[in-house]
Design a protein around this ligand. Structure first.
Ligand code: F3S
Length: 391
């Protein structure tokens, strides 16, 4: 690989231990993928934040990097294993909280903005068309590539942190034009009238496409919330972290000749597949984290009602703060629903606490079943509120 003088110095340890280790990680990746050079990144999103996933070995690694490592570009953080303020109300143990706080402190010492969200694009990390970035968190990676037109591979936690500490990433994969071109056209023959259809479509496409980059037609318009749902789902059920949605993805590409159709029946079947016949004891909303608009809708639906099942709403803290200024937070909390800011239902240590989770996220269904062994109910927001408040 061609290295600049500064990159060579980092690799030799002349600019500190954290940058040496970081450059070693990136250099090894470059060798594996046959890359020719490093490129500067505009921003980084680091995953691998929950102590539930990191354990003591991960915490030790971060503490070591934090001794002299400082981020070189805007760097935001994925959800942690708990709400950093409200963790007691969510039943998190003291022992877990203590370790989780040490993880956050290590990131903070490195200059990482401890946003703790999988929707960095809602909290100021908003790259533009063609910007090279290094993001981990598959849903955000897919959103950055497909909705914003930025360029990132699906980084792991360590390689994203390495990019943050050096300011560069390896030029391969989705950073190269030839890997961003769509290879299969997809005609969606279904009216996407219900928001959960986007998550269901993601499941169908993820399974049918694998790693192929799709050029999707037949969806004339979509909201930010529908797009984040589609991105999360397609990246969960398949390997691709990029699609081109006709009329929405800003990148200019040509439509491929090879094509496939997604029939209405497939989407309905995906919805049925994500619904178990079981009694819900946990309602989980906000995967990926809720937008301000979703919180407004939720407040309208919950106003004057009481939840009778444990109900959590996952959100970025800055979005919750904004909602608080609009008086929405108190309306939602008055219903008995709990905010789970900074965290999510997949990385929080909740296995064994519930039996059946109701959600409007196809991604949550995948992990609730696979990681937490929950049964699932997959339904739109209005229905979730109905389930949460029905006696
Ligand atoms: Fe975000 Fe957790 Fe879902 S990281 S996309 S809320 S699984």
């Amino acid at each position: 690989m061609q290295l600049t003088t500064a990159q060579q110095e980092m690799l030799e340890g002349k600019l500190g231990l954290a940058r040496k280790k970081s450059m070693e990680i990136l250099y090894a990746l470059g060798q594996i993928y046959g890359a020719r050079r490093f490129i500067e990144v505009k921003s980084v999103q680091v995953a691998g934040v929950s102590y539930d996933n990191l354990g003591d070995a991960g915490l030790e690694f971060l503490s070591e990097m934090a001794r002299d490592g400082r981020v070189q570009v805007l760097t935001t953080l994925n959800p942690a294993g708990m709400d950093l303020e409200n963790w007691r109300a969510l039943g998190i143990s003291e022992a877990f909280a203590e370790k989780q706080k040490l993880v956050i402190e290590a990131f903070s010492r490195m200059g990482v903005r401890t946003t703790c969200t999988c929707t960095p694009y809602f909290v100021g990390n908003l790259p533009g068309l063609g910007d090279p970035i290094a993001w981990s968190e598959s849903s955000a990676v897919c959103y950055a590539n497909s909705v914003l037109g930025a360029r990132t591979n699906r980084e792991g936690g360590p390689s994203a942190l390495a990019a943050a500490l050096t300011g560069v990433t390896v030029e391969y994969g989705y950073h190269l034009d030839e890997n961003r071109r769509p290879t299969v056209a997809v005609e969606v023959a279904h009216e996407m009238r219900d928001p959960i259809h986007f998550g269901a479509l993601g499941q169908v496409l993820g399974k049918r496409l694998g790693n192929r980059v799709a050029y999707i037609k037949g969806i004339p318009a979509a909201t930010v919330e529908q797009l984040k749902s589609l991105c999360a789902s397609i990246a969960t059920y398949g390997g691709a972290a990029l699609f081109h949605l006709e009329g929405i993805t800003p990148e200019r590409v040509s439509e491929p000749e090879t094509g496939l159709r997604v029939e209405a029946g497939e989407i309905e079947a995906a919805v049925r597949d994500m619904n178990d016949d079981a009694e819900v004891d946990f309602v989980a909303i906000g995967c990926p984290h809720c937008s301000l608009d979703e919180l407004r809708t939720l407040a309208g639906l919950l106003r004057g009602k009481r939840v009778v099942r444990e109900t959590w709403i996952a959100v970025a803290r800055p979005v919750k703060d904004q909602a608080d200024r609009e008086g929405i937070v108190s309306t939602i909390e008055a219903s008995g629903a709990k905010f789970a800011a900074d965290t999510c239902f997949v990385v929080a240590p909740i296995r064994g606490r519930f039996r059946c989770m109701a959600t409007n996220s196809a991604k949550s269904v995948f992990y609730a079943r696979g990681k937490n062994r929950f049964k699932t109910v997959f339904a739109p927001l209005e229905k979730l509120v109905d389930i949460a408040t029905r006696g």
